[in-house]
Design a protein around this ligand. Sequence first.
Ligand SMILES: NC(=O)c1ccc[n+]([C@@H]2O[C@H](COP(=O)([O-])OP(=O)(O)OC[C@H]3O[C@@H](n4cnc5c(N)ncnc54)[C@H](OP(=O)(O)O)[C@@H]3O)[C@@H](O)[C@H]2O)c1
Length: 259
Amino acid sequence: MDLGIRGRKAIICASSRGLGRGCAEALAEEGVDLVLNGRDKAILAKAAEEIRQAWGVKVTEIEGDVSLPEVQERLLLACPDPDILVNNNGGPPPKNFRQLDRKAILEGVTQNMVTPIELMQGVIDGMIERRFGRIVNITSLSVYTSIPGLDLSSGARAGLTSFMAGIAKTVANRNVTINNLLPGKLDTDRIRVTTKFGAEKSRMSFEDYSAQQDKQIPAGRLGTTEEFGKACAFLCSAYAGYITGQNLRIDGGLYPSAF
Ligand SMILES: NC(=O)c1ccc[n+]([C@@H]2O[C@H](COP(=O)([O-])OP(=O)(O)OC[C@H]3O[C@@H](n4cnc5c(N)ncnc54)[C@H](OP(=O)(O)O)[C@@H]3O)[C@@H](O)[C@H]2O)c1
């Protein structure tokens, strides 16, 4: 299926590895030019070159922490009139909530709530003017169901979800949509960090804990970055203009409720 977005332009935050990279690959496959971002220069350059080679689209690399105003400025300078914004970042390290001091809490809220809001503010009026915009926020299944140790991540992303829900309604009539993708357990570097935390807490080996976790997923396995990226690309497609304010779980059936 041609998603009808060939030649469009996307800023994809935190996209040199993992889920952001999956979104970048899927959009590049559809012929979208990209601004790719990550803090590690070498990894970012390698990802950008691989995407250029594979899909022949224009890829601009913007190195740096997406939460910093000067990095956000460079992202917007590299692509002043994006059609697509994918908000993403690394997520706070898993921690017992008792160990979070004020600095850590503010950093988590800045990364997972303030930064996507700031970037949305930077792009949305242009999208409204041009009558096309797709904003996708990568949040987490932990917005729906708590995960011990990820309380800061859950709280900040729940705040982001509510903030964006109201805005989505004010721009829908200009063909600008805002949706959230909620990863459950997908095969990336990040899942290995959270699995290690869970294994240590449960006093189990990484392998045993990981196998136990996989069994709890109705699909019986971790999801792939490709599966995640394709869902993102559809939400960014020409055909998704009537889908907005949604929270789409990509979790292999892990979330227990029917609703
Ligand atoms: N994987 C899952 O199953 C899962 C589940 C629930 C929620 N999530 C959330 O989904 C998001 C993406 O996770 P992932 O699994 O793709 O993680 P990942 O594999 O660790 O990849 C994170 C990517 O973001 C970049 N990055 C991290 N912090 C950044 C920052 N401050 N500024 C710019 N780039 C940054 C990393 O590159 P550099 O390190 O070079 O900057 C890398 O490209 C995270 O917020 C995570 O908490 C993931």
